[in-house]
Design a protein around this ligand. Sequence first.
Ligand code: MN
Ligand code: MN
Length: 459
Amino acid sequence: MSELSDKLLYTKESIYRTCDGDKKDKIFAYAKGYMQFLDAAKTEREAVKVGVAMAEARGYKPYVLGAPVKAGDCYYYNNRNKNLFVFRVGTAPIEEDGIRIIAAHIDSPRLDIKQCPVYEDSEMCFLKTHYYGGIKKYQWTALPLALHGVVVLKDGTQVEISVGEDESDPIFYINDLLPHLSQEQYKKSLGEAIPGESLNVLIGAMPMEGEDGDAIKMNVLRILNEKYGMTEGDFLSAEISAVPAGKARDVGFDRALICAYGHDDRVCSYPALTAIFDSQDTTHTVISILADKEEVGSEGNTGMQSILLQDIMDQISISLGANPRIVRNASYCLSADVNAAYDPNFKGVYEKANSAILSCGAALSKYTGSRGKSGSNDASAEFIGKLRRIFAEHGVVWQSAELGKVDQGGGGTVAKYIAGLNIETVDLGVPVISMHAPYEVISKADLYSTYEAFLAFID
Ligand code: MN
Ligand code: MN
């Protein structure tokens, strides 16, 4: 590149094209830790459990809501086992310095088991499901599934369920139609070919001896009762999800990429956690959030529309003798969520110059939304200008990104809810191939770049 073009042009370049061997080793080592996190955290509850263990291992203490804090304190707050706040109180005057927030989410698209789910038909026993988040239903048939979740028994005992991940475990399955009989199905649109009510999880086929009627269902209920002490009625107070079974895997002969369930948004959650743990800075007050319910609109008391973030920020501010309104006004947030990586197999829906390109670094989206930026937090030029300087200072490779062509659709994140608290907020995260598919793909280089961006933001 000539000196002048270097000065005048904005270009994106793959980190893999420019990094040395030392950097590549760092990228791959970090990816290993992430893959272990993925394998242990397939639901928001499991992600909170792993996050709490990571925080405790680094000396973070459980926070009691409303308790005063002081500079130097490191806390985590476990909100109902589905939403985690990890925070460190800094020494800088908080009314000027504000609070730096990184907000990722730990819920992923999946199939939730219904309240009255068990039935048998034609020598097979199934669980009825209600899908959670934006899935392409046809992608969830004919693949190995695991069941994860909790059951609150009649007596209040809570039982955890995780079946299908261990090699010796059985897996579960959703039937699809054989091509030989698919003449009519082929004529339907992809969205209609597999109706939601046909996403029934196959869980048994062995009748109970001496039992008339639904003997297979009875046998499955017997096994569940022996294993978990539960009855059919206990599904009423259960949260069980069917998710793709199996571990995260390297992709490609060169192992540059990772295929796994739930990159969206654990691929930003893991860097959000490790960045706060690894940062050496003690001046800034920092909060990393692992939110729930993003995939269904950030609703409820564990989603980012809850007032809990404000409560925690305000408590920190009041403890330090600051005005919470002034602190919120001075605060900054990276809404840490994934973006779509440009996919040459589906060129028609992307506008390449404004799409995230795989391996070119963390993707910063000034705005999201659809149909004319509707539903978007459109971050300010001033805030992005500030981030550009921070990232340049720290040598972070990042890229701009918009989700596809203007009229193709769109999506949202938690950004607008946090911005609504009067906090400067922008979206930044990892570009993903096949987002919301049972198995998604990301680049290890983008994962590491996102971690570096978070570190730079809070250091
Ligand atoms: Mn997401
Ligand atoms: Mn999503």
